[in-house]
Ligand binder design. Structure first.
Ligand code: ZN
Length: 305
């Protein structure tokens, strides 16, 4: 397998490869295409759902020298290539978690007014922006109120409620969603195929359910759980402490039969096997939800349908 991590290798480099955030993709591509850009964007949402990747994509799309009519970057020009490899100095990524102070922000602001070196526009990507100090936000606010032409900001955060309202109101906001299980599975299957890795579908499903909508975590786990070029359900189950659907089925059956002694005995058995009960409960709830859906469906439709 390759040296670089699979997550980095399969990071979306075009809007077409951005997974599970259709509303963001459509709106951003439209803005790029019609040149109706905002100088500041706020990307919020759970970790690993594509915020920073999308910020880079945006930087590429507004700077590409041969952008397609749909708003996709070409992936071939020097600008695209250098943004992909992180070499273009006009695209600056700042981790607010380690640069929280007012001096950090002042230093950034001082440099804003220099013209971009090679690209048409400078793009500042501020990750975990909610970590900035109050003083830093205040210093930043003035810049957001009168941003220099050719300078764009993408502020990314997992905790939008910690970002001051004054900052939020200056930004166009995009809410990134948890990526659903099927979409995560499809992406993992695509990676497996490209990397020649044999996978069991159940293994992909367990990983996808475990990560709760974060694709980055899913790909990280996927990579860790491969043994000898294979991803096997039994191995994933052991490592993640997943009970497996047959245990959930059995437990559900016992609950319905109202046999408390057998139910308790079965819980003891699962405990002995080292099952992660947090995960087990999640799976059980999902099973119950499906059962309820089936029953509601039976009740709504007339008999025989
Ligand atoms: Zn390009």
């Amino acid at each position: 397998m390759s040296e670089i991590s699979l997550y980095r290798k399969y990071r979306p480099q075009t809007f077409g490869h951005l997974v599970g955030q259709d509303h963001v993709r459509v709106t951003l591509m439209n803005a790029v295409r019609t040149d109706k850009l905002s100088h500041a964007y706020l990307f919020t949402g759970p970790r690993g759902t594509g915020k920073t990747s999308t910020a880079r994509l945006f930087a590429k799309a507004i700077n590409c020298e041969d952008r397609s009519e749909t708003g996709e970057p070409c992936e071939k020009c020097d600008i695209c290539v250098d943004i992909t490899s992180g070499r273009l100095i006009d695209v600056v990524e700042i981790d607010a978690a380690s640069h929280t102070g007012v001096d950090d922000v002042r230093e950034l602001i001082d440099k804003l007014h220099f013209a971009p070196t090679r690209a048409k526009n400078k793009v500042y990507i501020v990750d975990e922006v909610h970590m900035l100090s109050k003083g830093a936000f205040n210093a930043f606010l003035k810049t957001l109120e009168e941003p220099p032409t050719n300078v764009y900001f993408v502020l990314a955060t997992t905790e939008a409620h910690k970002v001051p309202e004054t900052i939020i109101s200056r930004c166009q906001r995009f809410d990134f969603k948890r990526i659903d299980t099927k979409t995560v599975m499809a992406r993992l299957a695509y990676i497996a195929q490209s990397e020649n890795i044999t996978v069991e579908e159940e293994a992909l499903e367990m990983i996808a359910r475990h990560v709760d909508g974060g694709l980055r975590d899913a790909i990280g786990l996927f990579e860790q759980l491969i043994v000898d070029g294979k991803l096997m359900a039994a191995h994933v189950r052991t490592i993640l402490g997943v009970a497996g659907s047959s245990a959930v089925e059995k437990f559900y059956g016992l609950l319905m039969s109202k046999d408390s002694v057998e139910t308790l005995r079965f819980i003891q058995e699962l405990y002995g096997e080292g099952v992660d009960f947090g995960q087990f409960t999640k799976e059980l709830l999902e099973k119950m939800r499906l059962e309820m859906l089936v029953r509601a469906h039976d009740r709504v439709l007339p008999e025989g349908l």
